[in-house]
Design a binder for this molecule. Structure first.
Ligand code: C2E
Ligand code: MG
Ligand code: MG
Length: 642
């Protein structure tokens, strides 16, 4: 854009005390015009022809002023109006009664008008000119050149003084109105400014979605509460609350539904707690609750009870009724710390312990938790070298056909024999491997090892056994995972039909086109896909139609209760019936006794695995197991009839 230098007119405008209002200039112009027209008439009546001439000139100039104003040149109009009035008044003074004329009485009004609407320069010049004219009038009077004569009849003087008074009053009235309006407008702008400042402050300190305080404000409040607590000797509690399985809900029902749920949780928490307690949302599904001024720690239990009660009712999300549970970690000041960061970290750690305990519970911080974090870090460090040091082994748990109890394959399960810490279960180190990213390396290795071992079973004449390999959700995020699978099969010389990949429902929740295509590519190689721990994930099951899934593995938790709990039996029955309708095979996990086996047979479950037959055992032991069941002998890697 082109920039132009400010003109003198712009500078004048900037120095004007009030904004130039063309309407106001027009109103004043008309009033003054009317006055001078009246004066013309008056002077005609009094036959004062010189005055008539001056007045008529002023009338003409005022008309020009009004025209200029109408053309949008209000500032010029004001200047012209001031100049013509000054000239008119001075002329009237000199032509009339000099210093005794009524015209000088209007000088102050003219100065007020110029000061309010004109520029400072104009007013200064006007005052000088008017003063000079008065001095000149005085000089003329004293020298006798133009002596002042008091010759107006009283009624004319009364009329003219009255007129000046009324005009002055009107002018001042208008100007004071303008001033008042300007002040009101300024007041309004000031308030709007204050409001927007408050709004900005609120936005910076509050969470966009729920309107609750955000992390920033929560930290601020906690800092204040800690100071107050230290002064009063009272306890401050910090509760770190996390919604269980929120990611699952968010991924399966969509982000809009996730947001709606967060909003409802915020409302519920706020309603359950006192106004003096702080409820803040500090990230995704994490909330922090600050309880100030507690006499004893027992008050915390009451609050936890209130929160638990609040979550007993289902939430309505997307027309669906969703039961939500939360895990809470609690830390108390001054016992667990007196620093904001320390307290928040402790509460967070305690919340993770609550998650580890199976979720839907709460946990108070204890200093031992710090050690458990250190332990996790130690495990992660050990895991990095475990693979290279040969500490990881793949064990196999046989899978059998339920009808004839024939071995049909095995599930590959990873084992870690730590040189110092002994056996570390996969439920402990797999999540750590996932968190550290090591799962890719470890997962690839398990896949390759399992393919090699399965090929050996075939070579040893154990039949067409399949091997099932567990796949972490993280491994599936790699778009080239099918290439990894193909490479493992090719390296071992194993046909795709002999491999099954076990995915958890949580891997499928994202249910994207990419995932569907990836699974298709894997399935095209003959590899089968099984859903592990089926029934424990939260899902809308529609993935079963869309994705290339072949088998469902019923979770051990349901199989375990099948003989004692009618609900478990009903669930297993429903799963097998649904699988049948969808043309899927079913495997039962965790069969520990023959009663369970019998019941599963009755429910049309085709295959299973469990301690009833065998735990996961090393490769050689698995080969022995298969041979033993077949009544063969295992002879240096081969299987021959005994
Ligand atoms: P999963 O895939 O559901 O494996 C079944 C688990 O149930 C195994 O535990 C197995 O030993 C156990 N199990 C089998 N039959 C019975 C039974 O009759 N009674 C009882 N009480 N338990 C039985 P494990 O080996 O401790 O593995 C736990 C989990 O660790 C696995 O659950 C799997 O999710 C994960 N995991 C194991 N190996 C791997 C792996 O190589 N990769 C990945 N990503 N995860 C693995
Ligand atoms: Mg499994
Ligand atoms: Mg399982």
């Amino acid at each position: 854009m082109e920039r132009r230098d400010p003109s003198p007119e712009d500078a004048d405008r900037a120095r004007q005390p009030l904004a130039l209002n063309p309407t106001r200039v027009r109103q004043i112009g008309w009033v003054v015009l009317a006055v001078f027209v009246t004066l013309v008439a008056l002077n005609i009546a009094r036959e004062r022809w010189v005055s008539v001439l001056f007045d008529a000139i002023v009338v003409g100039l005022l008309a020009l002023t009004l025209w200029q104003n109408a053309q949008g040149q209000s500032l010029r109009a004001v200047h012209l109006m001031v100049a013509s009035l000054a000239l008119g008044l001075m002329a009237l003074m000199f032509a009339g009664q000099g210093l005794y004329d009524e015209a000088p009485m209007a000088f102050p009004t003219l100065v007020v008008f110029a000061a309010m609407l004109g520029a400072h320069r104009l007013t200064r010049a006007l005052v000088v000119i008017l003063l000079v004219s008065l001095v000149v009038a005085y000089g003329l009077d004293q020298t006798g050149i133009l002596p002042s004569v008091q010759d107006s009849p009283p009624w004319v003087r009364l009329f003219e003084v009255g007129l000046i008074l009324v005009i002055t009053w009107m002018l001042v009235q208008m100007i004071s109105d303008d001033l008042r309006n300007a002040i009101t407008r300024l007041e309004g702008e000031k308030q709007a400014l204050q409001q927007s400042r408050q709004e900005i402050e609120r936005l910076v300190q509050s969470d966009n979605l729920t309107g609750l305080p955000n992390r920033l404000l929560a930290r601020d409040r906690l800092e204040q509460l800690l100071v107050q607590g230290a002064e009063s000797g009272r306890v401050v509690a910090v509760i770190f609350l996390d919604i269980d399985n929120f990611k699952t809900i968010n991924d399966s029902l969509g982000h809009a539904a996730g947001d709606a749920l967060l909003l409802q949780v915020a409302v519920k928490l706020r309603a359950a707690l006192r106004d003096t307690d702080t409820v803040a949302r500090i990230s995704g599904d994490e909330f922090v609750i600050l309880l100030p001024n507690l006499k004893t720690e027992s008050a915390i239990a009451t609050v936890i009870g209130k929160i638990n009660r609040a979550f007993r009712e289902a939430f309505s999300v997307d027309g669906m009724s969703v039961l939500v549970t939360v895990s809470m970690g609690i830390t108390v000041s001054p016992r667990d710390g007196e620093d904001v960061d320390v307290l928040l970290k402790n509460a967070d750690m305690a919340m993770y312990r609550a998650k580890d305990l199976g979720r839907n519970t709460f946990c108070f911080f204890d200093p031992g938790m710090n050690e458990s974090v250190a332990e996790q870090l130690r495990i992660a460090a050990g895991l990095r070298t475990a693979l290279a040091n040969g500490e990881l082994r793949v064990y196999y748990q046989p899978q059998l056909e339920l009808a004839g109890e024939r071995v049909i394959g095995a599930e590959a399960l990873l084992r870690w024999q730590h040189p110092e810490q002994g056996f570390i279960p996969p439920t402990v180190f797999i999540p750590i491997a996932e968190r550290s990213g090591l799962i890719h390396e470890i997962g690839d290795w398990v896949l390759q090892q399992a393919c090699r071992d399965a090929q050996q079973w075939r070579a040893a004449g154990l039949g067409d056994l399949t091997v099932a390999v567990n796949v972490s959700p993280l491994q599936l995020r790699r778009a080239d995972f099918d290439v990894v699978v193909a490479a493992a099969l090719a390296a071992a010389g194993l046909p795709g039909e002999a491999l099954e990949l076990e995915l958890t429902e949580s891997s499928l929740i994202a249910d994207t086109r990419d995932l569907a295509e990836l699974l298709q590519r894997v399935a095209r190689r003959g590899v089968r896909i099984a859903i592990d721990d089926f029934g424990t994930g939260y899902s809308n099951l529609s993935y079963l139609r869309r994705l290339a899934v072949h088998r469902l593995k019923i979770d051990r938790a349901f199989v375990d209760g099948i003989c004692n709990d009618p609900n478990d039996e009903a669930l297993v029955r429903a799963i097998t019936e649904m699988a049948q309708c969808l043309g899927l095979a079913v495997v039962a996990e965790g069969i520990e006794d023959s009663a369970t086996l019998q019941r599963l047979r009755g429910l049309d479950c085709q295959s299973g695995q469990g301690y009833f037959w065998s735990q996961a055992v090393p490769h050689a032991a698995f080969v022995d197991f298969v041979c033993a069941r077949r009544g063969c002998v295992n002879d240096s890697g081969g299987c021959r009839p005994g």
